[in-house]
Write a protein that binds this ligand. Structure first.
Ligand SMILES: Nc1ncnc2c1ncn2[C@@H]1O[C@H](COP(=O)(O)OP(=O)(O)OP(=O)(O)O)[C@@H](O)[C@H]1O
Length: 927
């Protein structure tokens, strides 16, 4: 089994389409004998082929062999050009999808060089959104048969984007990002619980199609998502094919309910429900707890959950209501006691009046003009009305859930600018009995195929021709006539079906078949088996012929819902049910004849296929030139390769806006030459001759056509050039910063030096002034001392002379000094050597005065007046005879007295400092 993931572009991208495995006529395979086949394909090496286009020759047999070989060595992904074939391993392979693997692919410079993986497709689409020239929306189509792994693959893609598109988040708070991712992922279990069921082919088969749009902001971060669903198989609610089951949610409820819930839902243990076959089968999908948890995360609160589960329980109860026919047609069908009980329970759970419910199921209302008539329904119709009620409730609930999920995960339009779409689409279906469902599914596939053809092969071929390329594709199959048959105008299967439904006449399969035959006989794609008992028609689809049963098709298309049922549901006291059906009032549930919306018209209106961006382009890479870029854009993007390189390309700057097409073309050619030359010089080891490289690119008239390889090469060179430029800019910036820092440092040093020198100069000037003052004072003082010393010595001599005759010492007034402002001379008496003694630090037989006494002594010695002349200073010591004065080493003075004249002669002087200078002066004078 396989599911193919097509990588497709949306918007105005340059990348196109996917390669289908190229199929030569079947006869080719048969015509190849074994030897040639062995020569062409080394079968032992088949498992190593990463791309199915390498298989040679490309035939269904060789492709299948290659896939088988890879499957046997547990390799589950293989490229097929630009599509990816995913094989279902049918076993968990955790290491293949781990977070590390995701990161590896996401961070790889060239993920396509890695082993084929769904993450390559995911990453390519993610990178394409950023756009090589401009952002391009992307869509991934996951298609395949039931059980091929489409849902699994879609889930993988969602998980991948939820991881990589959030991991780079720097802007948003972690909290926001987690919430968005979580919600997007949590939508899966809910949708699967309500929309998936166990079928013969797949235990977890999606019974609806879905298209998920992952919304990205400017920084390519996942900011939200939206889901569109289509074609829910609602008939499954009331009818389950043999050995299949109903939707998972019902089984989850009966298996996971608490006793309390069972009581509320009126589902006692052991109760059998007709609409829950095979409930003994236990699946991992039967996980009620997980669904409830996801509901909580998405914001479905407990009260809403209660309403939802009551509705579901009500549907189950309805399934056990059986009608038995009445003997009289004018009487309503009978209900046995059990059925009455179940009907009562259903009415309670759906919160509608039981009586009214019973009437709605058994009596139909016919309108005749303005009058309405009530008519009892036959037994089969009663059952149909019951089933219809269940289906309409379930479909309404599912729709409400999808809307709720969208409201919860959808980002505001202003916050996202690009999207990646994932379309999980039913593959082509062909059963023994096919009806309207298969016709719709196959129509969708046919439409996809048409886009594939029209938007890739055809458009590409036409473009090549208009651009003058010598290139032709293998003759492609155009399925337009098949589509015309199904959906064309004015007459087609759908238009006739719609007409039949609108006429509202009793549908007769045979009549309708005749009508089809008559109207569509010109179309070669429809045929009839005239011998078949059942009326049918056969459509030749691109993938094969399918027989469609006509019986019941018109009824299915009408999808009628009796208005009484809708009226009843609108009256429901279950707020949710009431809300669902009140909102539906204007939709196809009305009975206004021609305005009715039928299933096929609804399916055509849904147009997800177009709305989701698939219509735009389809991406194929293996053949031709999937990338085409206008010259102008090409030069704008890649001119830097030559502009910022050392290569002499001879190119001068081209004004892209003003340049003519020819100039641009020349510029493109130069660019391509440089790129290829560089590659050759660099990559000789790859053995890529110029011839081969030239086939990677072609210049058309207005566009350049590239293969993926050439684009990668150009991108690689561009990236390298940008890296080099970035490096140069960084270097310049660093150098500039360094220089600026250096200049600042120098300026700071200069300012500091200037300030310091100014401070020093100021200090020196002060010092000089102070020194001058000190010098002059010192000189004055020296002169004064000198004169005092002389006077004192003179006085001493006089004293000795005078004292001898009278033996009576006379205290004389000495050294009178005229002070400027004092009118009369102030006389100061002092001991001649007082000054010396007062300041001398070490004197033999010495005495030392301190404090005021010392000051007085000094003043007296110097014959200085008191500061204000307010007192007179006199020595209070006896004048003694000085025998001798001698200088001692270290500048101390030794006095030799006859008798100490000092008051404190017995005191030891304080050894504070040596007397210098002054002592010497004294000694000089004395000795
Ligand atoms: N890559 C895979 N790795 C492991 N198991 C896988 C893988 N792909 C598919 N499966 C298994 O196959 C089962 C069927 O896959 P899935 O439901 O995705 O198929 P599908 O194509 O969506 O079918 P349907 O159309 O019926 O919904 C899954 O439940 C899962 O168990």
């Amino acid at each position: 089994m396989s599911s193919a993931v097509n990588r497709r572009n949306g918007g105005a991208g340059y990348r196109h389409g996917a390669t289908k495995v190229h199929r030569p006529p079947p006869s080719l395979n048969d015509s190849l004998d074994g030897e040639v086949r062995a020569f062409l394909t080394d079968e032992d090496q088949l498992h190593t082929y990463d791309d199915l286009t390498k298989v040679n020759p490309v035939t269904p047999t060789t492709v299948l062999k290659c896939l088988q070989a890879r499957y046997s060595v547990k390799v589950f992904y293989t490229h097929a050009g630009c599509t990816l074939v995913a094989l279902n391993p049918f076993q968990p392979i955790p290491h293949l999808y781990s977070l590390e693997v995701m990161k590896e692919y996401h961070c790889a410079p060239q993920p396509q060089e890695f082993k084929p993986h769904i993450y390559i497709v995911a990453e390519e689409a993610y990178r394409n959104v950023k756009g090589q020239v401009e952002p391009v929306n992307q869509s991934l189509v996951v298609s395949g048969e039931s059980g091929a792994g489409k849902t699994w693959t879609s889930r993988c893609l969602m998980k991948y984007y939820a991881t990589v598109a959030a991991s780079s988040s720097v802007v948003k708070s972690q909290d926001t990002v987690e919430r968005i991712e979580r919600r997007v992922l949590d939508s899966n279990p809910i949708m699967e619980a309500f929309g998936n069921a166990c079928t013969l082919r797949n235990n977890n088969s999606s019974r609806f199609g879905k298209y998920i749009q992952l919304q990205l902001d400017r920084c390519q971060l996942l900011v939200g998502a939206s889901v569109q669903t289509y074609l829910l198989e609602k008939t499954r609610v009331a009818f389950q094919p043999a050995n299949e089951r109903n939707f998972h949610i019902f089984y989850q409820m009966i298996k996971g309910a608490t006793d309390e819930q069972r009581k509320e839902w009126k589902m006692p243990h052991g109760e059998n429900f007709a609409w829950l076959p095979n409930s003994e089968k236990t699946l991992e999908e039967d996980c009620f707890h997980e669904t409830v948890e996801a509901m909580v995360h998405l914001g479905i609160n407990a009260e809403r959950q209660r309403l939802i589960f009551r509705i579901l329980a009500g549907i189950l109860q309805l399934g056990n209501v059986n009608f038995s026919s009445s003997s009289d047609e004018s009487q309503t069908c009978n209900l046995d006691e059990q059925s009455k009980d179940f009907l009562q329970r259903a009415a309670e759970l759906l919160c509608v009046p039981a009586e009214e419910l019973q009437t709605c199921l058994r009596v139909k209302m016919l309108k005749a003009g303005k009058q309405s008539v009530h008519k009892p329904c036959p037994q089969t119709e009663c059952s149909m009305r019951r089933d219809c009620l269940a289906k309409v409730i379930y479909a309404g609930l599912f729709e409400w859930l999808v809307t709720f999920i969208n409201n919860s995960i959808c980002a505001d339009k202003s916050t996202w600018c690009n999207f990646i779409g994932v379309l999980d689409v039913y593959g082509f279906e062909c059963f023994n009995l096919n009806n309207l469902e298969q016709l719709c599914i196959n129509y969708a596939n046919e439409k996809l195929q048409q886009h594939f053809v029209a938007h890739y092969l055809q458009a590409q071929q036409e473009e090549y021709v208009s651009e003058g390329l010598q290139w032709s594709f293998v003759k492609y199959q155009n399925n337009q006539s098949c589509l015309d048959l199904i959906e064309g105008s004015p007459v087609s299967v759908f238009s006739l079906l719609n007409e039949e439904s609108r006429l509202n006449r009793a549908s007769d399969a045979k009549t309708f078949r005749v009508r089809l035959e008559k109207e569509l006989c010109d179309n070669a794609n429809i045929s009839w088996d005239k011998f078949s008992k059942l009326p049918h028609f056969t459509v030749a689809h691109y993938a094969g012929k399918v027989n469609y049963q006509i019986q019941g098709m018109v009824a299915k298309n009408k999808d009628p819902v009796p208005p009484e049922l809708i009226n009843l549901l609108q009256k429901s006291d279950n707020l949710l049910l009431h809300q669902i059906f009140t909102n539906k009032e204007d939709e196809n549930l009305t009975t206004k004849g021609l305005s009715k919306v039928t299933v096929v018209s609804k399916f055509k209106v849904i147009v997800q296929l177009e709305a989701c961006g698939i219509v735009e382009t389809i991406h194929i890479s293996a053949a031709g030139f999937p990338i085409r870029i206008p010259f102008k854009d090409f030069v704008q993007r890649y001119a830097l390769i030559t502009k910022y390189s050392n290569v002499k390309s001879g190119s001068h700057r081209v004004d892209v806006k003003a340049a003519s097409n020819n100039v641009l073309r020349q510029e493109v050619e130069k660019l391509l030459r440089v790129t290829v030359q560089r590659r050759k010089a660099f990559d000789l080891s790859h053995n890529l001759g110029s011839e081969k490289q030239n086939s990677w690119v072609h210049c058309g008239k207005t566009k350049v056509f590239l293969t993926q390889l050439m684009l990668d090469l150009l991108e690689d060179q561009r990236k390298k050039t940008l890296t080099r430029c970035a490096f140069t800019i960084q270097c310049c910036w660093l150098r500039y910063q360094r220089r600026r820092r250096h200049a600042r440092q120098q300026s700071a040093t200069l300012i500091q030096a200037a300030v310091r020198s100014w401070l020093v100069r100021r200090k020196v000037r002060r010092w000089n002034r102070a020194a001058a003052v000190i010098q002059s004072a010192w000189r004055e003082w020296r002169a004064l001392l000198k004169s005092l010393a002389e006077a004192e010595l003179d006085d001493a001599k006089d004293l000795i002379k005078e004292s001898v005759p009278e033996l009576n010492p006379v205290i004389r007034e000495r050294g009178s000094v005229q002070l400027s402002s004092i009118p009369e001379p102030v006389t100061v008496r002092g001991w001649p050597m007082g000054l010396a003694l007062a300041t001398a630090p070490s004197i033999t037989l010495s005495m030392t005065a301190t404090g005021f006494q010392k000051m007085m002594s000094v003043m007296a010695s110097l014959n200085l007046p008191s500061r204000r002349g307010g007192y007179k200073v006199e020595t209070n010591q006896y004048t003694q005879e000085l025998a001798s004065i001698r200088a001692q080493p270290r500048g101390s003075v030794k006095l030799h007295c006859q008798r100490s004249p000092l008051l404190y002669a017995d005191r030891k002087p304080v050894m504070k400092s040596d007397v210098k200078g002054f002592n010497e002066i004294l000694l000089e004078k004395t000795l």
